[in-house]
Design a protein around this ligand. Structure first.
Ligand SMILES: C[S@@+](CC[C@H](N)C(=O)[O-])C[C@H]1O[C@@H](n2cnc3c(N)ncnc32)[C@H](O)[C@@H]1O
Length: 301
């Protein structure tokens, strides 16, 4: 599905949505007849517009759309859990992924983050994606190919990133592996000065261990951890309220900048914490909030 414009083509995956918002992904094949609460021919969709409709022989109507990347990531065949679109979006900005960037990613998993990074680095960038399981890698590459088409700027390696980063130097390192702190020494060697390390982990102990490794490595600054909450709203007539359900917890994103030399950061850690430090930091933050001050000033013209 490399072409995102023009009429829908045989071989493309399309998203069918019924009036009750139920979603079905089908791959269009000339001559094929589909049965989803009634029959319709794929030929009725092929050659039509993105955003058109199709009606089954039982009168059911479906909206026909090219899936967005977020649609595709949630609906594609997967093995390992993919990163939710809200976190994929945050990762792109938190890691400052730019067109032309050289990026290392691990693990490839089902390929959701891989596709997101590939689109952001564009054809002038390069993505090195490492995975330890060849069955996962094969499925991920099929997913990438099905959605983005062949990607010359993707280098997929069967490689354990805990053993090292053979593709250096790079601008960004983006990790979705269980023990990202084991990558910190390799990231020190592989990242260009000013480069960004980012890891995504589901639990607090993992986020803490990654932050501690970055803080004590002696070559990183601005170590920060965030989580992203997105709450939908219902805006219909008098029913104006937050949605009843939301994706609660997914994961924590920790980022750091590779710097030259050492940068002293206060030792605010659970183990060996200096309580006066914590109290001071919290008080400064509260004061800034109250007075509207911040340590970020306007850019010089
Ligand atoms: C949660 S999945 C990644 C999902 C992926 N981000 C996506 O969006 O589809 C974690 C992946 O990391 C791989 N992995 C675990 N340890 C690894 C290592 N040391 N080096 C490379 N890949 C690793 C696992 O095999 C698994 O496929």
């Amino acid at each position: 599905m490399s072409g995102r414009h023009g009429p829908l083509r045989a071989g493309e995956a399309v998203l069918l949505i019924d009036r009750r918002r139920r979603r079905y992904v089908v791959t269009l094949q000339a001559g094929r007849v589909q049965d989803i609460r009634g029959r319709f021919a794929h030929d009725e969709i092929i050659g039509g517009d993105d955003g058109g409709t199709v009606r089954t022989d039982r009168g059911e109507r479906f909206l026909v759309l090219r899936p967005t990347l977020a649609d595709y990531v949630l609906d594609m065949p997967r093995g390992p859990t993919v990163i939710y679109p809200k976190d994929l979006a945050t990762i792109l900005i938190a890691a400052d992924i730019f067109p032309g960037a050289d990026v290392v990613e691990a693990g490839t998993g089902s390929g959701g983050l891989t596709m997101t990074l590939l689109r952001a680095v564009g054809p002038t960038g390069r993505l090195y994606s490492y995975e330890v399981r060849d069955d996962f890698q094969r499925r991920a590459l099929r997913n990438v190919d099905a959605y983005l088409g062949s990607q010359r700027h993707l280098v997929a390696r069967l490689h354990d990133i805990y053993e090292g980063i053979p593709d250096a130097p790079v601008d960004r390192i983006v990790l979705d592996v269980p023990e990202p702190w084991r990558v910190v020494p390799h990231a020190m060697a592989a990242l260009r000065p000013g480069g960004i390390f980012l890891c995504y982990v589901p639990t607090v102990p993992q986020a803490l261990q990654a932050s501690e490794a970055l803080r004590t490595a002696g070559g990183f600054a601005l170590v920060e951890t965030t989580e992203t909450l997105v709450r939908g709203w219902n805006l219909e007539g008098q029913s104006v309220r937050p949605a009843h359900r939301m994706i609660g917890h997914t994961g924590f994103i920790t980022t750091a900048r590779r710097i030259r030399g050492r940068w002293q950061t206060p030792a605010i850690t659970a183990r060996g914490a200096d309580a006066s430090n914590i109290a001071d930091e919290d008080r400064v933050a509260a004061d800034d909030e109250a007075t509207g001050e911040s340590d970020v000033g306007p850019l010089e013209p």
